[in-house]
Design a binder for this molecule. Structure first.
Ligand code: HEC
Ligand code: HEC
Length: 247
């Protein structure tokens, strides 16, 4: 009799520790899958590989989530973004690309779809998100004429070959291809004259792209290539091309 009790007890423990969590995880991703199928699948595809029905008509391809590589994050190149970085992009979209804004999506749906997105790449199972650079304090000189002039010189030397000179209308000198051979995504250097860029148009957003780069594209991280002061001068100049005041 005691043995039978023990067996029942062990069976109960097994259900609680192994089977219930599996059921719960399955439920979790079911909610996210519904949101994904409703709003994202047409571009990002059933397998999350960026091959949705609309993808072939898009110049900048929808992100392939199976690679686990993301462009606009607050963590260093080579690391996974924080869930908040993904939330920001899904909320505001990526202007100048077809990635729409889902500003009205309720938080529960947003969290569920992010969890579901994370099932497409094994990286999310094996790695933690990278350490975000956190908030940055903007030096006083940013936006002043001297800083803009210094930024202009640096820009001509280090950035214009891809982003174009200001007097070319910030035009794009060339488009570059990146990504897996079969995907051949187009990465167009940002055109600052458009006034709207993808990560956001605040001083900090521009500085973040310079220090962290745009992973998976030819836009390198300039963390170890340019001094911090120079990164701020470049920020001053880009704000000027964008016709924006420092805010
Ligand atoms: C109309 C097509 C379209 C739809 C619908 C769409 N996306 Fe995108 N998405 C894109 C494109 C295109 C990009 C790549 C933009 C780029 O690289 O600049 C992208 C990029 C992304 C990125 C990558 C951001 C980064 O930093 O690399 C995330 C995350 C994302 N989409 C999530 C979603 C989610 C979640 C949904 C549904 C709620 C969704 N997208 C719906 C087209 C779409
Ligand atoms: C080898 C070419 C190349 C060079 C050199 C380069 N960039 Fe870029 N940059 C790119 C590409 C490509 C993108 C766009 C990535 C995308 O949207 O997919 C980009 C994006 C950016 C962005 C983000 C724009 C956004 O949409 O939010 C900023 C800011 C930026 N570059 C600043 C600079 C600065 C400053 C320099 C010089 C120090 C520089 N870049 C040098 C290719 C380059």
């Amino acid at each position: 009799m005691r043995k039978r009790h023990l067996q029942l007890c062990l069976a109960f423990i097994a259900v609680v520790t192994f089977i219930l969590p599996i059921i719960c995880i399955a439920e979790d991703t079911t909610a996210g899958r519904k949101v994904y199928e409703k709003y994202c699948i047409g571009c990002h595809g059933e397998k999350g590989d960026g091959n949705g029905a609309a993808a072939k008509n898009l110049i900048v391809r929808p992100r392939d989530f199976t690679s686990g590589v993301f462009k606009f994050k607050s963590s260093p190149a080579g690391t996974l973004p924080a869930a908040d970085d993904l939330k920001k992009i899904i909320t505001y979209g990526l202007p100048t690309s077809s990635m729409p804004s889902f500003r009205l999506m309720p938080d529960v749906e947003m969290e569920a779809v992010i969890k579901y997105m994370m099932t497409f790449s094994q990286r999310w199972k094996m790695e933690k998100s990278g350490e975000p650079i956190g908030s940055v304090s903007v030096p006083d000189f940013v936006g002043r004429p001297k800083s803009i002039n210094k930024g202009k010189e640096l820009y001509s030397e280090r950035c214009a070959m891809c982003h174009g000179e200001e007097n070319e209308g910030g035009s794009v000198s060339f488009t570059l291809r990146w990504g897996a051979e079969q995907c051949k995504d187009l990465a167009r250097p940002a055109n600052f004259k458009n006034r709207i860029i993808k990560r956001g148009s605040r001083v900090e957003d521009i500085y973040r792209s310079i220090i962290l780069g745009v992973e998976g594209t030819p836009m390198l991280s300039f963390k170890n290539l340019i001094s911090d002061e120079d990164r701020w001068h470049l920020t001053s100049y880009i704000l000027k091309i964008m016709g924006k005041e420092r805010r």
